[in-house]
Design a protein around this ligand. Structure first.
Ligand code: ZN
Ligand code: ZN
Ligand code: ZN
Length: 213
């Protein structure tokens, strides 16, 4: 990071970003944006209350924990309770191991960074965090295609063409679907139990037993 880049990022402001950097400054005693630079994304978990995640409690910064009439809850390092899923950021500190950031704050940081010139390494890092969060969020609403693994099948939607409930659009040609083993297309068929057949006949009857579930 060059000095110019440091000046650029330090003087830049936006309401959300400023709230986050102030929050981090309060927690760590360092310049918030500098702390962001020192953080590493550790994990992304679907837990609503500290009780869901008891074993984490002692390792999470206590500023991320709050309590109201409804009970204990997590909040973002910016001070807001805008966490749908928890993003644990590793940070080297004697009192705790993780700082929790809301996906919203990471998204804002990413948007905000796009407007600043330079600091390419830092931008890349934030972009990676945000992409990771988006991918994880997609898994909550989409199932993976059984052939290619892309999270492209909506969980809540009942597709009219029933093979589309298992195969993504790219892995179907009309009513032909991709064999999950060799990738050849075959007619969509069901077995005698009514389950979709995932393999083409050669793969199904192949001598490799591991190819068939
Ligand atoms: Zn926040
Ligand atoms: Zn697919
Ligand atoms: Zn096959």
């Amino acid at each position: 990071m060059t000095n110019n880049e440091i000046v650029e990022i330090a003087k830049a402001t936006s309401e959300v970003y400023t709230r986050l950097t102030r929050g981090l400054e309060h927690i760590t005693g360092k310049n918030g944006w500098m702390v962001l630079f020192e953080m590493e994304l550790a994990s992304y978990v679907k837990a609503k209350t500290p009780d869901d995640l008891l074993e984490m409690e002692g390792r999470v910064c206590k500023d991320n924990l709050a309590e109201d009439e409804q009970g204990k809850y997590f909040k973002c390092a910016c001070g807001k309770n805008h966490i749908h899923r928890l993003t644990f950021m590793e940070y080297d500190h004697p009192d705790f191991e993780y700082i929790i950031l809301g996906a919203e704050c990471i998204k804002t940081t990413d948007d905000f960074m796009a407007k600043i010139s330079g600091i390419e390494n830092f931008k890349e890092k934030v972009k990676k965090w945000y992409k990771y969060i988006k991918d994880e969020e997609r898994k909550l609403t989409h199932n993976a295609c059984i052939a290619c693994g892309k999270y492209d099948i909506q969980k809540k939607y009942k597709y009219k063409k029933e093979w589309r409930n298992l195969w993504c659009r790219d892995c179907c040609i009309y009513d032909r679907v991709k064999c999950v083993c060799c990738g050849d297309y075959r007619d969509f068929k069901k077995d005698w139990k009514g389950n979709a057949m995932r393999y083409c006949p050669p793969c199904y009857f192949s001598s490799t037993p591991s190819a068939v579930p």
